[in-house]
Design a protein around this ligand. Structure first.
Ligand SMILES: C[S@@+](CC[C@H](N)C(=O)[O-])C[C@H]1O[C@@H](n2cnc3c(N)ncnc32)[C@H](O)[C@@H]1O
Length: 275
């Protein structure tokens, strides 16, 4: 079963504004892995579960054409609105039936998304559309750590409390797989040439207010909002931000207190056999 948690327009907008792009080192690692054994033209890539397109755009300069696919029309509307790259197009499509010819893509990626796919159907489709030697790359990340000499641990406790206690019951099925960095055997891409790593990160400098915006992009926050209403959602967010400010122990307000967040990514790659 695949799931649909990111459909509402406000959620898509928060997603576009506050979520990180994949780190350049991760994109480079995927390309290096592909080029280790594939020396032809890089004609086509697809980014499945592309959301508002931040994971799609990073592929644009490496391929003749890149397609972002998402099951959510709201996310695709946002991705099209934000797109500035002529060789990138976006389409509404589920991961389980990919709108490409057989053997027509060198790369398929899924960033922070495949734990919602029907994986056996997705793997079958990927195998159909990849060229021999092509790569499937699955990656994801958990909530960020604060880069700070003394407050990093207390910040992590506040994040963990929000993630697991306040919002724990509002996460859709599948988030546990992200927490486990896709350790479940179902994420082993069914190709012999399969690798995992978790050494890529991206640092984002944000205000504490923007950290609040990032929290509003969580599917669990949206479910909480839907179930409990505006006031309860605002109270939850305000309480979280207040705890963060107390931990930082600064005199500035949420709009002008800047912090650096580190998102650490894990990556799984599998290569379709050459013959
Ligand atoms: C957390 S977002 C990730 C967006 C983006 N790839 C990124 O890295 O930020 C997950 C996306 O997967 C999409 N999705 C969930 N199930 C899907 C499916 N079966 N087929 C295609 N997209 C799906 C959701 O609509 C959502 O936009």
């Amino acid at each position: 079963m695949s799931s649909r948690f990111f459909e509402r327009p406000a959620h898509a907008a928060a997603y576009a504004k506050f979520r990180p792009q994949p780190p350049p080192s991760l994109t480079q690692r995927i390309l290096d892995t592909l080029k280790e054994k594939y020396s032809g033209e890089l004609e086509g890539a697809a980014d499945v579960g592309c959301g508002s397109g931040q994971s799609t755009q990073v592929l644009a300069r490496h391929f003749t054409h890149v397609t972002g696919l998402d099951i959510s029309p709201a996310q695709i509307t946002e991705a099209v609105r934000l797109n500035t790259t002529p060789n990138v197009t976006f389409k509404v499509s589920g991961a389980e039936s990919l709108p490409f010819r057989d053997s027509s893509l060198q790369l398929v990626t899924a960033g922070q998304a495949c734990h919602w796919f029907d994986l056996p159907k997705f793997y079958k489709e990927v195998d159909r559309v990849l060229v021999p030697g092509g790569i499937l790359a699955l990656y994801g990340y958990m909530y960020p750590r604060l880069l700070h000499p003394t407050h990093a641990d207390s910040f992590s406790k506040i994040m963990e409390d929000l993630f697991s206690n306040d919002l724990g019951q509002y996460w859709g099925g599948g988030i546990e797989h992200v927490e486990e960095q896709y350790k479940d055997p179902k994420f082993v891409i069914p190709y012999p040439d399969f690798h995992r790593e978790n050494c890529h990160h991206v640092d984002k400098e944000v205000t504490v207010q923007e950290l609040g915006g990032y929290i509003t992009s969580w599917s669990a926050f949206h479910s909480y909002h839907q179930k409990n209403g505006d006031q309860a959602a605002q109270t939850l967010l305000d309480g979280f931000l207040q705890r963060v400010m107390e931990t930082l122990d600064v005199k500035t307000g949420v709009e002008d207190t800047t912090i650096t967040l580190r998102f650490t990514f894990f990556l799984l790659t599998g290569r379709k056999p050459l013959r």
